[in-house]
Design a protein around this ligand. Structure first.
Ligand code: 3PG
Length: 368
């Protein structure tokens, strides 16, 4: 059942919360819309901040129908979500919307073009749930290496080569945990050219996607879903992997070329695929490949008590943008992220519109 509560503000006061600068006038309403709810502690923290500022908090949890979200956003000024889809339709229904906070890493669930057209700021909180996702990636490797815990048929991951595709917040944690498990870890990230970033973790940087897949017994995906990456992992890459290799996807469904994966699994009976985001053709994959494929029932990488608390508690959802004045004054819609890649902040992603040619045009994307 969906949860939709409203809370009347107890007092109206000026605060030093940066978020408030974005929604300065009085009587503002903030909606937390999470189909997969935050921990209660996180919601309590959000409520405290919102109510102390004199605003109203509305809560829509575990909703089952898009219509509920469309109705709930009708009068809100700010929206906090997880991977809930903030489509053009949702943005269109939210006439007063000024800011969307995606509590989590990827903001591919937010229609940035639609936000752009309305000058709506979009922010995220990368890094906060990374450990949960990284632990799941390792667990998935063990699960597959032990043949889904079938006695007498398993193998070990120690001594095997783990390839990490994109060395962002999650990828790094997977790399360090893989090292701790005795794996030989290699990684590829087109945005990180400095080998020292990898070497600091005892990880070897490789120079191409092809080199990465060709050498990985386990390949852990951590690329975001962008126009460049969608459908990019498929037949050729899988076919190049060593005998008995396993592809592990805790990133996004959209980066997979599902037909390509199906073809590779058909031609190579030694390959395996495990994912936290079921494929569109998952039932077909399950039927055809049995124990060689596995998908969690529901995306659960960040579904730990810790991640559900950290991802949007206290200051996390009231993130202090480094470039706040420029961002907020810019007519160009801006996505901010605190993501750190290679020790450098990837803090601002701007979608400069043609009407604002002077606006920043840094379209860097960050690993998730
Ligand atoms: C993220 O992008 O932060 C992770 O994929 C977790 O997403 P979730 O909020 O849907 O669990």
């Amino acid at each position: 059942m969906a949860h939709f509560f409203t809370f009347t503000p107890k007092k109206k006061a000026a605060t030093d919360i940066d978020f408030i600068h974005l929604i300065e006038s009085t009587g503002m309403k903030i909606l937390v819309a999470t189909e997969k709810p935050f921990a209660k502690e996180a919601v309590d923290g959000i409520r405290r901040i919102v109510e102390d500022a004199g605003y109203e908090l509305a809560l829509l949890e575990k909703y089952t129908d898009k219509a509920q979200l469309l109705a709930a956003v009708a009068d809100v000024d700010a929206l906090i979500v997880r991977s809930d889809k903030v489509t053009a339709e949702v943005i269109g229904a939210a006439k007063n919307l000024k800011i969307v906070v995606r509590a989590g890493a990827g903001y591919d669930n937010v229609d940035l073009a639609a936000a752009t057209a309305r000058g709506i700021v979009v922010m995220n909180t990368p890094g906060q749930n990374s450990n949960a996702v990284a632990e799941l990636a390792l667990a998935m490797m063990v699960f597959m290496s032990r043949n889904r815990f079938t006695p007498g048929t398993g193998s070990e991951i120690q001594g095997k080569t783990l390839g990490i595709h994109a060395y962002g917040n999650v990828g790094r944690l997977v790399g360090r945990k893989g090292k701790a498990m005795g794996m030989n870890v290699i990684a590829y990230d087109p945005f990180i050219t400095d080998s020292a970033v990898f070497e600091a973790d005892g990880v070897k940087k490789v120079n191409s996607v092809e080199e990465l897949y060709k050498n990985s017994d386990y390949l852990s995906l951590h690329i975001p879903a962008t126009e460049q990456t969608k459908g990019s992992i498929g037949y050729d890459l899988l076919m190049s992997m060593p005998k008995g290799a396993t592809l592990v996807n805790t990133a996004r469904k959209e980066v997979i070329d599902e037909q390509g994966v199906m073809k590779a699994l058909t031609e190579r009976e030694d390959l395996k695929y495990i994912t936290d985001i079921a494929a569109g053709i998952q039932s077909e994959l399950n039927e055809k490949f049995g124990r060689r494929v596995f998908a969690t029932a529901k995306k659960m990488g960040a579904e730990t008590a810790e991640a559900r608390r950290k991802v949007c508690s206290g200051s996390q959802c009231w993130f202090k943008p480094q470039a706040k004045p420029a961002t907020m004054e810019s007519p160009a819609p801006t996505v901010l992220t605190t993501d750190m890649r290679g020790g450098r902040a990837c803090h601002q992603i701007s979608l400069a519109s043609q009407s604002t040619p002077s606006a920043p045009r840094d379209t860097t994307t960050c690993s998730i």
